[in-house]
Design a protein around this ligand. Structure first.
Ligand code: 13P
Length: 248
C-alpha cells in the first residue's frame, strides 16, 4: 500500500513576522486537504508565533544541536525547539552539510537527540552534480543514509528526503527515471538498515519541486512526498503542490 503523502516547506533563511499570514493561509489550505500531511519549517524566530496562531498545523525546525544544553553559543537544542513549538526537525540539509561542515556522524547524533525529545526527524541526503556525472549517485546517497541513520528508527518519527544538490534552487529536476531509481535504492537500503517497518518510512523528493512538476514527481514509485524550498514561501505557490499530494 502506498504511504500517505507528506509535503514539507523548508523556508530556509526566509520569513519575518509579516510572513506569518502566509503560514496561516497554508495551514488553512492543508486543513482542506486532509488526504495528505503538510508542514512548514520556518526560521526559529517564527516557530512559536506560527504554532500559537495555527495550533493544528505541523510546524518544524530546520536544524538542531545534538547536545541537550551546554556551551554551544548560538545553537539550539531539541528540547528548546520542542518548547518553542516545533514537532519535528529537518536535519543534514545539504546547505548545512556545506556551510557548517556537518558530517554524517553529526547528523546521526542530531537525529537521535531530536527523537529523544519526542520530535519527528527528516534526514536529508543527496549527491552533487559531479558525483551524478561520475555514476556515483546511488553509492554516495546510500552510504550517506547508512552513516546518518539513527538508532531505533521507526516510520512514526523518521522521514528521509532525497535532495540532489544540483536540483536545489536551480529549476532543474532529475529525469523521472533517475528519481525512481534513487528512491528504490533508498527503499532497499532502509530495509537493510531497519528491517520490518521500513516500507512505511516516507521518502520525500526535494529540489525545484513546484506546482507544475509536483504531480509527475509524486506519481513516481517510492516518492512519498516533497521537501519544498522556494515554492513553499507563499500560499499561492505552495497550494498546487498540496493539491497534487492530496490527489496522488
Ligand atoms: P528548492 O525547492 O528551492 O529547490 O529547495 C529545495 C530544498 O532544498 C528543500 O529543502
Amino acid at each position: 500500500m502506498a504511504n500517505r503523502k507528506y509535503i514539507v516547506g523548508n523556508w530556509k533563511m526566509n520569513g519575518l513576522r509579516a510572513q506569518l499570514s502566509d503560514i496561516a493561509a497554508i495551514a488553512a489550505i492543508a486543513a482542506n486537504h486532509d488526504d495528505a500531511d503538510v508542514g512548514i519549517c520556518p526560521p526559529v524566530t517564527l516557530i512559536t508565533a506560527a504554532v500559537q496562531a495555527n495550533p493544528d498545523f505541523a510546524i518544524g525546525a530546520q536544524d538542531c544541536h545534538f547536545a541537550e544544553s551546554g556551551a554551544h553559543t548560538g545553537c539550539l537544542s531539541a528540547v528548546m525547539l520542542k518548547e518553542a513549538g516545533a514537532s519535528y526537525s529537518i536535519l543534514g540539509h545539504s546547505e548545512r552539510r556545506a556551510d557548517q561542515q556537518e558530517g554524517d556522524a553529526e547528523v546521526k547524533a542530531k537525529a537521535e537527540a531530536v527523537r529523544a525529545a519526542g520530535m519527528g526527524v527528516i534526514i536529508c541526503v543527496g549527491e552533487t552534480e559531479e558525483e551524478r556525472d561520475a555514476g556515483q549517485a546511488i553509492e554516495i546517497v546510500t552510504v550517506q543514509l547508512a552513516r546518518s541513520f539513527p538508532a531505533g528508527a521507526s516510520a512514526d518519527w523518521l522521514t528521509i528526503a532525497y535532495e540532489p544538490i544540483w536540483a536545489i534552487g536551480t529549476g532543474r529536476v532529475p529525469e523521472v527515471s533517475d528519481v525512481a531509481e534513487m528512491h528504490a535504492a533508498i527503499r532497499v537500503k532502509l530495509g537493510e538498515l531497519m528491517g520490518q517497518g521500513s516500507d512505511a518510512v516516507r521518502i520525500l523528493y526535494g529540489g525545484s519541486m513546484n506546482g507544475s512538476n509536483a504531480a509527475e514527481l509524486l506519481a513516481v514509485p517510492n516518492v512519498d512526498g516533497g521537501l519544498v524550498g522556494g515554492a513553499s514561501l507563499t500560499a499561492a505557490k505552495f497550494a498546487p503542490i498540496i493539491e497534487a499530494a492530496a490527489e496522488a
